[in-house]
Design a protein around this ligand. Structure first.
Ligand code: CA
Length: 335
């Protein structure tokens, strides 16, 4: 990790009592504001001793259900009902969230590919550095709420990196069940060492994330899952006393173990989906036809699935480039 102290300064005291709201101030000197700062909303709710939890959304700015759910939680949660400390960072890459974009308009930074960050880097690298060096070490558990964003939509899923330790694996399964999305998924394939998942592992902080619908909209059904799931997780950790009843039906336990679960566009063109979310497919099942609208007399290229599984994620926009993800699968969890 780059040496040095973060330039972000919080307006709130993380060790304070009660509900504190304010901003992380990220110094940002630009044409229209010489001595300005970017105001990243942050909330801490503390009451006595107990678990320490970080709730995050807006890691990708165009993933909205988590951002809305955490805003509701901030307004509704009575500090007297909390045991311990809950830190809430509802729009983590705030410039991206205000732009309704996956990445930051300042530096094109994808926060979830920017860890461990850099205290001397652009705004996104500085936010990553603050989260990894200041927030993750303060907590025992982080819940990072994602959705499919503008380009993908999901069947609601809670996910975590598959632990190698058997006891951690069982605790993980318990937590995936507790969240109560349609699926609970153990993921054995990663996006490298620059994600929040990797940052949490480095900090020794337990981590769970979600993929809640998406498609660049707020899906009411997924929002309910997020709201209930957050409270169930907080109750499970002992940070609040009462929670909604367990999800019915209980989540189906799934896994993603390799790149062969992902299906990509073989050509640029227009994506005609040939399967929908929830479909069970075999290796070789046609996934999508990619129509060459620059040479429409050519037959479309057919994308096929590389393996069997259930379609849990699907691309939304019709226009694709070669290499765009069209779908990904999950399969039944193998212990
Ligand atoms: Ca995401």
């Amino acid at each position: 990790m780059a040496a040095g102290r973060s330039r972000l300064s919080p307006e709130i005291d993380f060790d304070g009592i009660g509900k504190q709201v304010g901003f992380l101030r990220l110094p940002h000197s630009v044409h229209r504001s010489a001595y300005g700062w970017i105001p990243i909303p942050i909330v801490a709710i503390g009451n006595g001793s107990g678990p320490r939890v970080l709730l995050m959304a807006g890691n990708h700015g165009d993933e909205y259900e988590g951002q809305v759910a955490l805003g509701k939680l901030i307004r509704e949660l009575d500090p007297g009902a909390v045991q311990g400390r809950i830190i809430i960072l509802p729009s983590a890459n705030f410039p991206a969230a205000m732009a309704g974009s996956r990445t930051s308009p300042h530096d094109d930074g994808n926060l979830n590919r920017s860890f461990p960050g850099d205290p001397d880097g652009g705004p996104t690298a500085q936010i990553a550095y603050y989260i990894e060096s200041e927030l993750l070490p303060r907590v025992e558990f982080v819940l990072d709420l994602h959705s499919g964003g503008s380009s993908l939509t999901y069947l609601p899923t809670a996910l975590m990196r598959r632990p190698t330790d058997p006891a951690k694996f069982e605790r993980g399964i318990d937590m995936l069940r507790t969240f109560g999305a349609q699926f609970g998924c153990m993921v054995g394939v990663g996006w490298g060492e620059h994600t929040l998942t990797a940052a949490a592992a480095r900090a020794g902080t337990a981590h769970m994330s979600t993929e809640l619908a998406g498609g660049g909209q707020v899906t009411p059904a997924a929002l309910r899952i997020a709201e209930n799931g957050i409270r169930r997780v907080l109750a499970k950790l002992g940070a609040i006393e009462t929670a909604p009843p367990p999800a019915e039906p209980p989540p189906r336990l799934m896994q993603v173990t390799g790149q062969d679960y992902y299906c990509y566009a073989p050509e640029p063109g227009l994506f005609e989906p040939l399967v929908e979310l929830g479909t069970e497919v075999e290796a070789g099942t046609p996934a999508g036809a990619i129509h060459a609208h620059d040479t429409p007399w050519r037959e479309p290229a057919i994308a096929r699935f590389s393996r069997a599984g259930m379609v849990v994620c699907k691309r939304v926009p019709g226009r694709v480039e070669r290499g765009d993800c069209l779908y990904h699968l999950a399969s039944a969890l193998e212990r």
